[in-house]
Write a protein of this length. Sequence first.
Length: 313
Amino acid sequence: MTSKRVFIAGHRGLVGSALARRLQRERDLELILRSRDELDLTDQRAVRDFFARERPDQVYLAAARVGGILANSTRPAEFVQENLVIQSNVIDAAYRAGTKKLLFLGSSCIYPKHAPQPMTEDCLLTGPLEPTNEWYAIAKIAGLKTCQAYRKQFGLDAICAMPTNLYGPGDNFDLAASHVLPALIRKFTEAVDSGAGEVEVWGTGTPRREFLHVDDLADGCVFLMQNYSDLPPVNVGWGEDVSIGELARAVAEATAFTGVLRFDTSKPDGTPRKLLDVSRMRALGWSARIPLAEGIRDTAQWYRRERSAKKAT
Ligand SMILES: NC(=O)c1ccc[n+]([C@@H]2O[C@H](COP(=O)([O-])OP(=O)(O)OC[C@H]3O[C@@H](n4cnc5c(N)ncnc54)[C@H](OP(=O)(O)O)[C@@H]3O)[C@@H](O)[C@H]2O)c1
């Protein structure tokens, strides 16, 4: 039996590296991986040539410009432009090269700010977006619609997974660009190391968020690639949320921080609650497995190892 050729766009990122770990366990499969230096996905000519040459059977589109509230609000043009170009180049080149199936990574950020909770896939485009990430969201909505358009007009088997907030090994711990969970892990680890008695947490601590370990997401994406071929997107989440205050206390425990948490209420909270309805994914036969406390502990340990290794070099 000939092995499937599978291209992971963005294999060095949080999601892409988890997909690579997960797909390495599959049999009869050949992974095609290219770093940004080898293949800049914003370069249409290069992307078309690459697909024409490599002819991957399956594509996981996990390359994107991603970031937190600060990065979104200070670099809106880059968030819109780069994401639109990357996804449009990859989806079109996949179609032209005869790729059999493509999975596009959407995001729960693309649902309306005041969507009823938990959010079903049907709430897409039913209300205004959260202004702090609207640039990213608009580009991602266009990506999802591009997949649907290529399916309708050209029969490309392009599907869309909508993950909730992700975390895990390989996350971005740069405070200027990171999401809430890696930012907290870094702040608490640094406080433990420096002996600081207090850690500042952005916002009031009351917004509620859902977190999914990236290894669960990768497993869910492979499941969808093997078991789902349809137009509607599919939410991939844990199915329960926690308040940012509870999250901060869980990180404090995982990092052995025993000092005081100070909530900086001058910083924006963002959407009050964000929880995905995961009934569609569960009905297909898949559920996440890694509990939050266990995932935070593993990720905090990973970050500490990386930090020690960097200090040693
Ligand atoms: N992280 C989350 O919480 C989350 C939640 C929901 C959905 N998602 C979605 O999941 C996908 C992946 O996110 P992530 O968190 O894994 O992001 P990430 O860690 O920033 O990884 C993105 C990857 O894309 C690559 N990339 C960016 N621009 C490129 C270009 N021009 N050419 C080639 N490669 C390029 C990056 O390459 P370099 O390594 O060279 O920078 C990186 O490997 C995105 O579509 C995102 O919207 C993420």
